[in-house]
Write a protein that binds this ligand. Structure first.
Ligand SMILES: NC(=O)c1ccc[n+]([C@@H]2O[C@H](COP(=O)([O-])OP(=O)(O)OC[C@H]3O[C@@H](n4cnc5c(N)ncnc54)[C@H](O)[C@@H]3O)[C@@H](O)[C@H]2O)c1
Length: 347
């Protein structure tokens, strides 16, 4: 590669500064972050100074117009993902958009259509796919070691992990709480390992039992007076291939652990739990538990960002697709809808 890839960042907050910018900058000299936009210009300027980024903008539209970017990271609150990703795609950029894809299936569909029209990559920030445990298990699944996967349990629970920064407890800006924030990581991980089957029926419940009162904050002090999202979500999703997925996530719940992810995959030839990775099989009249002796030590955020670059360079295929983003967003929406009506949603 002779010419550098020119990258722009929209949203100069925690994930941009903690994961996107440093991991573009440590890719190598041929990837350069040339601009950062934040609707609060001071934040954009402070970020530009901290990371030696030459241009800071208040309006992301100006950055897209002026800098001739090859790719853009969208690191803003969920409400802005669709509008900004579509604008970047229309400006001819590849896009890495943070999770969740958007706040509604209609938006995720428009993002998919914009990606198809532009011919550019639209990938989502599902970094759980890049954990060593996930990558290893996916290889086993792809080789048929688990057979047909028909039952999955996925959960991501925190005891008092309501984010004390950003707008994570603001329904209008985020589209929801634990389900659309930490929950979507585990939902996507489960669907990815299942091969993203087509959802059929969705039954969900959401709760707001702890977030609206003062309490011990293990993820910072949250704004309980303006807490407008769910602090727990539960659900059951069935698929047209007969498989089913049980789901639960919480920002806050009265459980033992501070923060715990659980993903259990059951197939007719074998099963697995992912965190930590263990496989369960029956071979030669023997029940076996298989534990890997060695797993690569890798930073999933770095791996995701570098994968995005390598996808742009044509060295690999994007890990997530706009179509998967639409399926995920459809399930999330159906869980919220079912929780509201008390009825299962047929898709
Ligand atoms: N993959 C992960 O593990 C992970 C972790 C944290 C956050 N995220 C996602 O990243 C996104 C941002 O989260 P965060 O923790 O960085 O939040 P944050 O609040 O720290 O940062 C968001 C930034 O966007 C800016 N902003 C708000 N509206 C804007 C607009 N219209 N245009 C431009 N900038 C705007 C804010 O001023 C802020 O600087 C969210 O979608 C979140 O779900 C992903």
């Amino acid at each position: 590669m002779t010419q550098s890839l020119r990258i722009g960042i929209i949203g100069a907050g925690a994930i941009a500064r903690g994961a996107h910018i440093p991991n573009y900058q440590n890719y190598g000299e041929h990837v350069v972050v040339v601009g950062v936009a934040n609707h609060n210009l001071h934040k954009a300027e402070a970020c530009a100074e901290e990371f030696a980024i030459p241009h800071a903008y208040e309006r992301y539209e100006d950055m897209l117009h002026e800098l001739e970017l090859d790719a853009v990271s969208i690191c803003t609150p969920n409400k802005f993902h669709a509008e900004q990703a579509i604008a970047a795609l229309e400006a001819g950029c590849h896009v890495l958009c943070e999770k969740p894809p958007a706040i509604s299936p209609e938006e995720a569909k428009r993002m998919k259509e914009a990606a198809e029209k532009s011919g550019k990559i639209l990938m989502y920030g599902f970094h759980y796919r890049f954990h060593s445990e996930m990558e290893t298990l996916k290889r086993f699944i792809d080789e048929g070691e688990l057979g047909d996967i028909y039952a999955v349990d996925a959960s991501y629970n925190r005891r008092r992990g309501i984010p004390g920064w950003g707008v994570f407890t603001n329904k209008e800006l985020q589209g929801g709480g634990t389900l659309i924030d930490n929950g979507v990581h585990m939902l996507d991980a489960a669907l990815y390992l299942m091969g993203y089957p087509t959802p059929k029926t969705v039954l969900g419940s959401t709760y707001q039992e702890i977030g609206t009162r003062e309490g011990v904050g293990l993820f910072g002090e949250w704004d309980y007076e303006n807490f407008s999202v769910e602090d727990m979500a539960r659900g059951m999703i069935t698929f047209t291939n007969g498989a089913s997925l049980q789901f639960q996530s919480s920002f806050a719940a009265n459980i033992e652990e501070k923060d715990v992810q659980h993903l259990q995959i059951m197939g007719n030839e074998g099963g697995a739990q992912v965190f930590p990775l263990k496989l369960f099989q029956e071979k030669h009249d023997t029940l076996l538990d298989v534990t890997p002796r060695y797993l690569k030590d890798q930073d999933p955020h770095q791996h995701l960002l570098h994968h995005f670059i390598r996808s742009i360079l044509g060295e690999t295929v994007p890990s997530s697709t706009p179509e998967q983003g639409l399926v995920l967003q459809t399930i999330v929406h159906a869980l919220y809808e079912s929780a509201k009506t008390g009825k299962a949603v047929e898709l």
